[in-house]
Design a protein around this ligand. Structure first.
Ligand code: PDD
Length: 277
């Protein structure tokens, strides 16, 4: 596989980053995941905008322009003959002597790689996902897409150990989001998902799906909802760049509705795939 690192397109085994890189030592970095369908980037502009915001929030700058980033994405798709999958992008503050304070002169590290994966024809669309609830123990700036993903990793492992597919995180009784996705419930035809704030990542897929839902005359409520409300919902689903819209059929062992993927989730998935590719 060809990967991109600091200006060069190289074989993955030749790609190198310093052990002093602050991404490695402090998780001092941000990332984006953009999906690719039929060799085409999905929602690149949204991801680029969010990346710029994450960088600004951390007083970081991108070593390349957003136009150059788009070219790098496209070249990786071509060089790796990527038809379907994801492009991962990471920018860290760069390498410097270990010090908690931000270094003044570090050059940011930029890394991108592709990962082929079947996303559209995922078997999970047919079965739906099972989620468990766990306490949200992440830091308070979840709106910044940083590479500190240890708690989400722990959450996925907790879900696996419980025989589920993922975890929804709960704070003060309300669902924030999934470990790597935004969370939604549907009750009496209304789509309910947490409002934007520092408590959740502002999903690019979320923005698109809510836009499509509104133009399809569906009712959307952006507000917090409790775990109890979720368990009593008619259906539920998640959104992310790697899952698009994926139905959730069970929370903490409680089946939602008839325990099958819901019609709103499946319809939104169809609309999303149709409109964004
Ligand atoms: N995760 N919430 C969290 C905590 C996320 O990590 C993600 C994305 C989302 C959905 O955002 P978007 O629709 O922009 O992908 C919500 C990516 C896919 C990942 O970490 O692999």
């Amino acid at each position: 596989r060809i990967v991109y690192v600091n200006g060069a397109f190289v074989q993955e085994e030749d790609a190198k980053v310093s052990v002093f890189d602050r991404g490695f030592l402090f998780a001092d970095g941000v990332y984006e995941v953009t999906s690719v369908i039929d060799g085409k980037l999905i929602d690149f502009e949204g991801h680029a905008k969010r990346l710029e915001r994450s960088l600004t929030e951390l007083d970081m700058t991108s070593p390349v322009t957003m136009d150059e980033l788009l070219d790098i994405h496209r070249r990786l798709v071509t060089d790796n003959e990527l038809v379907e999958g994801m492009i991962y992008l990471q920018i860290t503050r760069g390498a410097a002597d270990r010090d908690f304070a931000y270094p003044k002169d570090a050059t940011p590290t930029l890394v991108l790689f592709t990962q082929a994966k079947s996303l559209v024809d995922s078997p999970m669309v047919g079965t739906g996902m099972k989620v468990i609830s766990i306490e949200d123990q992440r830091w308070g700036r979840r709106d910044i897409k940083t590479v500190q993903l240890l708690y989400p990793s722990m959450g996925k492992m907790m879900a696996k150990a419980a025989g589920a597919d993922d975890a929804w995180m709960v704070e003060d009784g309300a669902i924030t989001e999934g470990t790597s996705n935004n969370a939604y419930i549907v009750k009496d035809g209304k789509i309910i998902t947490r409002h934007l704030g520092t408590e959740i990542l502002h999903g690019i897929t979320r923005a698109a799906v809510l836009r499509f839902a509104k133009s399809a005359q569906m009712t959307v409520e952006e507000r917090s909802f409790t775990l109890e409300e979720a368990k009593a919902a008619d259906e539920a689903f998640i959104t992310s760049a790697s899952t698009f819209v994926m139905p959730v059929v069970e929370i903490d062992g409680t089946p939602l509705g008839d325990g099958k993927p819901g019609s709103v989730a499946l319809r939104l998935r169809e609309i999303y795939l149709e409109e964004s590719r």
